[in-house]
Ligand binder design. Structure first.
Ligand SMILES: Cc1ncc(COP(=O)(O)O)c(C=O)c1O
Length: 286
């Protein structure tokens, strides 16, 4: 089912707090014209940030990779201000941050001396109860570019994958490159096989998920053997559990996987995933 979304009450755009309908950018903003920008989403559990430094580190890494001159860490104060202004200091929420290269006459090369465009807002999210849900997912070819480690605002390929899944009754689409699972349209993928946890190694094929790293750390603490190794589609019959991670998805168990109209995985039991979910709930509550 497609979830319903609404606009935030207010957004911060280039130094001003505005109603969403009053927030305007130039048609020559390179974010609008070329998808030339980076975004980030970070969560707040009952008003408390979770892994905010890691989210800002990733934002800074991505901005540096595409040479947008912007200090991600300068946003910290503004993020808390936005949380306060949204009246969400006691609730579960998330902040959306977008930095584009800014406004300049259209060129393929990067223009010089352009002021980046900053958009930021806080929105409410339901983070509780994820462990009671499960997702039915589909599999399709990963036709995205080869810098998926960059959290680019150009999300057309991810959006097409997600749309295909949701419009055909699935909750997410898992992507395969040369037969190997990379990640979901907006999630990281984990497999459990003979008590061992597997996830795709970091690199240009996947986004370095913040939740992914939290889960890797939890596996270490729980002494669950874990390997950063890509799994092939052909290995799915040997897989016992699959779960997906993401900032708002958190740790979601997968109960079935379909590929080309055929069911290729059905969950038998979810003991490892349940253990990780429990540890995750404790971690975000600390
Ligand atoms: C393609 C992709 N992979 C993985 C993730 C999960 O990353 P994180 O845990 O940092 O939210 C996301 C989140 O948006 C994503 O878009």
């Amino acid at each position: 089912m497609k979830p319903k979304k609404s606009y935030p009450k207010e957004v911060y755009l280039n130094g001003e707090w505005l109603q969403p309908e009053a927030a305007k950018i130039s048609v020559f903003d390179r974010g609008f014209m070329l998808g030339d920008g980076i975004y980030e989403v970070a969560p707040f559990y009952r008003g408390k940030p979770f892994k905010l430094k890691e989210h800002l580190d990733r934002l800074q890494y991505c901005l540096n990779e595409i040479r947008i001159d912007f200090d991600a860490y300068s946003l910290e104060k503004l993020i808390f201000k936005a949380l306060e202004r949204a009246g969400l200091t006691e609730s579960d929420a998330a902040v959306y941050i977008q930095v584009t290269r800014g406004v300049a006459p259209r060129t393929h090369h990067f223009p010089e001396k352009v002021k980046p465009t900053l958009l930021l807002y806080v929105f409410p999210v339901k983070l509780e109860g994820f462990e009671e849900k499960s997702w039915k997912v589909s599999v399709a070819e990963d036709f995205r570019w080869y810098r998926c480690d960059i959290k680019s605002i150009s999300l057309l390929a991810n959006s097409m994958a997600n749309e295909e899944a949701l419009s055909t009754g699935f909750d997410e689409q898992l992507l395969i490159r040369d037969g190997y699972f990379t990640e979901g349209s907006h999630t990281s993928i984990f497999f459990v096989k003979n008590g061992r946890v597997y996830t795709h190694p970091e690199g240009p094929e996947i986004l370095s998920g913040i939740t992914r790293q939290v889960v890797l750390d939890l596996c270490k603490e729980l002494e669950i053997p874990c390997k950063e190794k890509a799994l092939h589609l052909n290995e799915l019959p040997e897989v016992d559990e699959i779960f997906l991670t993401g900032t708002t998805t958190q740790v979601m168990v997968v109960d079935s996987v379909q590929h080309k109209g055929k069911e290729i995985f059905r969950l038998q039991g979810d003991s490892v995933t349940a253990k990780i979910q429990q540890a995750f709930i404790e971690r975000v509550g600390e």
